[in-house]
Design a protein around this ligand. Structure first.
Ligand code: SAM
Length: 163
């Protein structure tokens, strides 16, 4: 009983402490995964960065169309699930357990997020500081304040940054 309580407490802690740094876990549904990939128009050989990759579903969908990806995930349970789910695609998919606000972002053509409204301005600032090349940002559910999306489909907003 004590062991079970400790396990439950640890699981709650993993899902709870993420709230201090970003959005809680809620998976993106298939139509929105498809919409995000189509809007970002990432091509085989290009890279997608997912900030908070959850169970890895977006990364898997990207791999199926030949797109490499990197996913940051703070929740260790989800990071492990994503790592295991994507194990067959290790050449294409990298899972990084950590806080994406505090890590350097790799070079990428596109970024996908499903966060919370209160983080969208911070995201905008961070993308503006991103010093690589033009990047497309797709966000499920939440808009970037003060920016007009280049396109919207199925609740996914596309933003184009020409840095
Ligand atoms: C709303 S869920 C979306 C999950 C996944 N992107 C999807 O669309 O299915 C947000 C995810 O971001 C993760 N997350 C929140 N803040 C984070 C941070 N600062 N660094 C890394 N991951 C974070 C959460 O643990 C959660 O899995």
């Amino acid at each position: 009983m004590i062991v079970l309580s400790l396990v439950l407490f640890a699981i709650l802690l993993c899902f709870g402490f993420v709230l201090l740094f970003g959005a809680p876990y809620l998976p993106t549904l298939k139509p929105q995964v498809r919409a995000a990939l189509e809007l970002a128009n990432v091509k085989p050989g290009e890279t997608l960065l997912e900030l908070g990759c959850g169970d890895g579903r977006m990364l898997l969908a990207a791999a199926h169309v030949g797109v490499k990806s990197v996913g940051y995930e703070l929740n260790p349970i989800l990071a492990l699930i994503a790592w295991l789910r994507t194990i067959k695609h290790r050449q294409m998919i990298t899972i990084i357990w950590g806080d994406f606000w505090r890590q350097p972002w790799p070079e990428t053509e596109a970024i996908f997020v499903f966060l919370l409204p209160k983080y969208m301005k911070k995201l905008d600032t961070k993308v503006m500081q991103y010093k690589h090349k033009p990047v497309k940002v797709t966000s499920f559910a939440f808009e970037i304040p003060g920016k007009t999306p280049a396109a919207v489909r199925d609740g996914v907003f596309l933003y184009e940054y020409d840095l």
